[in-house]
Design a protein around this ligand. Structure first.
Ligand code: SF4
Length: 337
């Protein structure tokens, strides 16, 4: 029997492991952090139905209670190399793991907002990222930089995506709906807050996303401004002043807000870039490249290496789970199951 290793215990890696394990196949699941599902565990609720993120973390955790899944937590696979017709995986501790088949499920990294200096992240405490807002919502502690309830919150879309300057021309796919979801959660917790979303385009591509967008305006009074923020600066009282242009009205705008939330996009993770390069499947923007996005999206040009989830491109959690399952089926096909 061929040995199978999965790199990354996010939703894609866990789902792939579960499907293979259900067929009586032993899989080795490597995860660089101490616990699986790190990216999901930090979230509050999931769009479009506001299911608590803890529910999916718990459900996926139960799937791991399968004797055919051997977990290697805190094990960062830093190198991959061809050896004896299979693959040698090396971890950060210098230990080697030999395998015939590899499923890369190494996920994504959020765009580092420090790279957009003009938006003042890391300089003004009122400028935060969508990840930080998610945690504030989760723990019901949405506060401005003075530790007070904010009166106004501005969300800015497309930070580090669709952006010439940061070198990422692609759309990160989930940040539009995430901003709408966060604005609704914010209004549920703090109904008096003024919530604005500055957008270039609204990409509500999934089932019920459009309804979510409509309800954010009609039920919760979230205001949408088409335009980009060109600059953010701090005020003496810890707030943030933004300069923008309303591109529908053709007017320059100045607005002061308690919090400016940068909706950061997705980038290929360091692990994806490093391992993808080592086995020759590193594609555009550092994401892992499949053979064909339509019919063989889990197969790669490297023999015995399969890919799934957000290491290929930005994806939502449900897409990632489905893609993990799809990668497992690709492996079963390859094994002749
Ligand atoms: S999903 Fe929306 S916010 Fe995110 S990059 Fe695409 S258009 Fe911009």
């Amino acid at each position: 029997m061929k040995s199978i290793s999965i790199i990354g215990a996010g939703p894609a890696g866990i789902e792939a492991a579960t499907v293979l394990a259900s067929q009586g196949i032993t899989v080795h699941l490597f995860e660089r952090t101490a616990s699986p599902m790190k990216n999901v565990a930090d979230k509050a609720f999931l769009f479009p139905n506001f299911a608590p993120a803890t529910d999916i973390v718990e459900a996926m955790g139960k799937k791991l209670l399968n004797n055919n899944i051997v977990q290697h937590l805190d094990t960062d696979i830093v190198a991959i190399a061809r050896q004896d017709g299979g693959w040698k995986l090396s971890d950060a501790r210098g230990e080697s793991h030999y395998t015939d088949i590899v499923i890369m499920a190494t996920g994504y990294e959020p765009f580092d907002a420090h790279r957009k200096e003009e938006l003042g992240y890391g300089i003004y405490s009122g400028v935060i990222t969508s990840l930080e807002m998610e945690k504030m919502i989760r723990y019901q502690r949405v506060e401005n930089s003075m530790g007070e309830r904010p009166k106004r919150v501005v969300f800015l879309q497309c930070v580090g995506s669709r952006d010439e300057k940061s070198g990422n021309h692609y759309c990160s796919k989930v940040c539009c709906v995430t901003a709408v979801k966060q604005a609704i959660e914010l209004k549920r917790q703090l109904p008096d807050v003024d919530a604005y979303i500055f957008y270039m385009d609204l990409r509500m591509w999934g089932q019920h996303f459009e309804e979510l967008y409509r309800s954010s305006q009609q039920e919760y009074g979230v205001r949408f401004v088409r335009g980009r923020i060109s600059e953010a600066s701090g005020t003496f009282d810890g707030r943030v002043q933004i300069k923008a242009e309303d591109t529908l009205m053709g007017l320059p705008l100045k607005l002061t807000t308690d919090l400016l939330v940068l909706m950061v996009g997705m980038e290929a993770s360091q692990g994806t870039r490093r391992l993808g390069s080592a086995c020759g499947i590193c594609g555009e923007y550092g994401f892992a490249q499949s053979v064909d996005p339509h019919l063989r999206d889990n197969f790669t040009a490297a023999d015995g290496v399969f890919v799934c989830g957000a290491c290929k491109r930005p994806m939502s959690i449900n897409d990632v789970v489905n893609d993990g399952r799809s990668a497992a089926l690709a492996v079963l096909e390859c094994l002749g199951h």
